[in-house]
Design a protein. Sequence first.
Length: 408
Amino acid sequence: MDPANSEEIEAVRDMVNRFMQTEVNPVMDGYEQRGEFPREVIGKAGAAGLYGAVFPESVGGSDMGYLAAVVIQEEMARNDVRFSSCNNQQGSTCPSTIYFGGTAEQVQKYVPNLLAGKTIGMMSLTESGGGSDAEGNLKTFARREGDVYRITGQKMWASMANETDVGILLARTDRNAGAKGVTAFIVQPKKYPGWKAEPIAMLGLSNALRTNVLYLDDFVVPVEDRLGEEGDGFKIIMRTLQAGRVTVAGKALGVARACFEDAVRYANDRMLRGQPIGRLQMIQSDIAEMAVAIEASRALVYKAAQMMDASQPSNRIAAMAKYHASQTAKMCADKAQQIFGGYGLAREYRVSWLKSYADLFFTGEGSANVQKIMIAEDALGYKVADRHHGKTGLRDIRKDDVAAEAVR
Ligand SMILES: Cc1cc2nc3c(=O)[nH]c(=O)nc-3n(C[C@H](O)[C@H](O)[C@H](O)COP(=O)(O)OP(=O)(O)OC[C@H]3O[C@@H](n4cnc5c(N)ncnc54)[C@H](O)[C@@H]3O)c2cc1C
């Protein structure tokens, strides 16, 4: 049986939908209107296991795997993509980076609370010079002074940096060592001085879960909160971003489905010249294109997740999944908006702003062009996309490596 249709996966899907319908959908508009971070609801999502799918039980996860994780992302985004804005910070980029590159003590100290939604995560790599060449543009510098580092610089697009308790931040520790001069740190801005996050006004994105410009002025990180050795940071974060791509693809799939479902409902309800607009063949053409693209995206996204669950080389397929799903989300958002006519521009209807999320998934976690370059260079034989598979020396989240280390 196809694991994507298994009883376990369907149970996960039902559980997420029930959670969203009872705990999130009724309250999220209120959080948006107040511009209030839904910390309490994130705690409930953590307690329900929505962030821990890929992590072993020994660190507070549910060990269900990447397929379950993308289905969770898909259904959360389909219900309310605004609330799902912090999914990667809680269940992927931040805790994964700690799991991949931290000591067993760091993992046990920080990961379970992130997965439980008790602490709010963050991962800040990008700077204003350009995210597609994140390493080349990374100027934020960490200076060691005895038992602490003092970090100074400016980060861009640091999502949840205005709320985070425990995040990951990449800074340079050597200006002359290229990628090997980048180090990853566990940061705790509520505990140490020198951190100022300013939310960025965004078109069509959440007013409650924000992305930020982050100013660091001698921000303090104890040496014990460094991840790995100095210079390991870029290698660790590249591994993290690959996994993050598949979960972002799951969210894009959820947005595409939300647009499709709203468009179908509206096309059946909206009457023109005595018949529903769904009877018009050009509307049917749009509906058909959306349906086909969603099925194709779903096949790619689930395949990528299943390959990751089997610990197979999956960088290339993850790039394809993210590219296709975000492209599909953009297309579906555009068509849904047009099917709604003028109402597609009214804030009251979510198709008016879902396009912004489709655009975000097209760009964030590695832009569409960057994914295409990776796919094409692999196809042309210039650079094998999965050349690092199994060679990073980092832990595998799908194995219980940290627990095994404790036993040894
Ligand atoms: C809402 C939001 C939240 C975000 N959250 C985070 C976060 O939490 N943490 C974090 O670290 N980052 C975050 N990001 C940053 C995100 O990952 C970057 O926006 C992304 O990597 C692209 O970088 P850029 O925006 O600087 O675009 P650029 O890198 O400047 O790219 C501009 C354009 O050039 C294209 N391009 C780049 N290189 C090539 C090439 N070789 N050939 C052809 N075209 C190319 C790109 O596709 C893009 O279209 C977030 C971004 C947004 C918008």
